[in-house]
Design a protein around this ligand. Structure first.
Ligand code: GAL
Length: 448
């Protein structure tokens, strides 16, 4: 069977029409099933390799990109109970930091392992286009419908999440949380000092940003030493200019990728970036929170893993609200874990997934992470004020999917989109970036 190279593997996403649109919409259209990357059958290992195979059978290896404050505590809240319950199994936490804001370095290593037929027992993957358009489309994952039934998850996870975990009616991973990406975080004291309230619109943002500028303070923290962060922020500008239906329409074919709002948003983004920390091209994702904590930059637009990082650094004097122009719109993503085909220790993998989907697992994982549980039966007493607010918003807001965090589109589009905005962050060329985004959408089959 033909081995796929990394680009081909990612490009499989283009075969899935639509990815996830509104989280409440129908699942992505079924993709033609491409050839699976050749994976040696577990039983085909040569005799000489038997001791190594036996050792591997005692391991549970988990991939993720959770290496920051909040993320580490949350991941341990899933791995520790497993280690206690199954003492004979060595838990290998293969978390890989770095790359883009959504796990670029981990995804590169994972794809090499998957293509080589050596998958970890389970790995962090976003529900939606990232799961279905890449790993499931490549036929590298096991369906989990039996496990869902057995654990009663078909009744306890919201249907909208099960839909974006599913292809042909079968779920392929277990959601552990729901994150919101279109959020603004701000240093309370810094806004108080200039008598400002957090901006609800981009016009208000520009007024506050000018006041801060007069004091020599950049308004917005941006970290674009590698692609991802700027693309994340740009999504919120697109949403503010398009509204939720039109934004979601980019992924179900009802909005064109050369819609005038894309250029309008890029023009606006040019202005927004002029109020960012001037060194943003050399600031890394891991360092950006400190800019706000240390009073160097007043506001930041990032997903709600941010409170997890801020809490872990002991910083409490921050506030939150939707990104400007994003009120009442919940841009979602969900971290999940799936079961690759041909893992060495399938039983341990299934047991780990049981913990991921359990009430105890989710109510231990989510409080330090900043996210809300995927399950609908949370023990509210365990959650912060922010999370109680987010649970409420999740129930009443319009739900749309995130691009950078895998919900809206396959990895191939996400990567091209992030790179296009990364070039924009340097060159500020509106026409060139609009053309690059349109090409990415066409390459990924999001537009003819
Ligand atoms: C997201 C992920 C979150 C969080 C964040 C920062 O893509 O879903 O769980 O970890 O990246 O790495």
């Amino acid at each position: 069977m033909k081995q796929l190279n990394r680009r081909e593997f990612l490009k499989l996403g283009a075969l899935v029409a639509g990815g996830a649109a509104l989280a409440s919409c129908a699942p992505a259209a079924p993709a033609p099933v491409p050839a699976a990357p050749a994976a040696p059958a577990a039983t085909a290992a040569p005799k000489a390799a038997a001791p190594a195979a036996a050792a591997a059978n005692k391991k549970l290896e988990i991939f993720s990109w959770w290496t920051s404050g909040g993320e580490i505590e949350a991941l341990n809240a899933l791995l520790d109970p497993f280690a206690k319950k199954y003492p004979g199994i060595e838990v290998v936490n293969s978390a890989i930091a770095g790359g883009t804001s959504s796990g670029g370095d981990m995804k590169a290593v994972l794809q090499t392992r998957m293509m080589g037929g050596d998958p970890p027992e389970s790995f962090q993957v976003h529900l939606g286009g990232e799961l279905l358009g890449s790993y499931v489309a490549a036929n590298t994952m096991e369906p989990l419908d039996a496990l869902y039934k057995e654990e009663g998850w078909d009744k306890i996870f919201p249907k909208s999440l099960i839909d974006i975990a599913s292809k042909d009616g079968k779920p392929y991973s277990v959601p552990v949380n729901i994150h919101r990406s279109n959020m603004m975080w701000y240093n309370k004291k810094m806004l108080d000092d200039i008598g400002a309230k957090p901006p609800k619109t981009w016009d208000e943002f520009f007024q506050i940003a000018d006041k801060l500028k007069a004091k020599g303070i950049p308004a917005l923290a941006v970290a674009e030493s590698s692609a991802g962060f700027a693309a994340h922020v740009f999504e919120t500008v697109l949403i503010a200019n398009m509204g939720p239906e039109k934004f979601a329409g980019l992924f179900n074919g009802t909005t064109k990728w050369d819609d005038p709002a894309i250029k309008t948003s890029l023009e606006m983004y040019k202005k927004i970036l002029s109020y960012a920390n001037p060194d943003y091209l050399s600031v890394g994702w891991g360092d950006v929170n400190d800019l706000m904590i240390n009073g160097k930059v007043a506001m930041m637009i990032m997903g709600d893993w941010t409170p997890g990082v801020l809490w872990s650094k002991g910083f409490k004097d921050f506030g939150w609200q939707a990104a400007p122009g994003n009120e009442g719109i919940f841009q979602m993503l969900s971290d999940s874990f799936g079961l690759p085909k041909n893992v060495k220790n399938r039983e341990a993998a299934l047991n780990f997934l049981r913990i991921v989907g359990s009430k105890d697992g989710q109510d231990a994982f989510n409080p330090p992470k900043g996210s809300i549980p995927a399950r609908t039966d949370a023990d509210m007493s365990k959650y912060s004020d922010y999370q109680k607010w987010a649970m409420d918003e999740w129930k009443k807001d319009k739900i749309i999917p995130s691009i950078v965090h895998g919900a809206a589109a396959p990895v191939a589009f996400m990567t091209d989109y992030m790179n296009a905005v990364n070039v924009f962050a340097t060159k500020k060329d509106v026409d060139q970036t609009a053309a690059a985004i349109l090409k990415a959408a066409k390459d990924a089959g999001l537009q003819k």
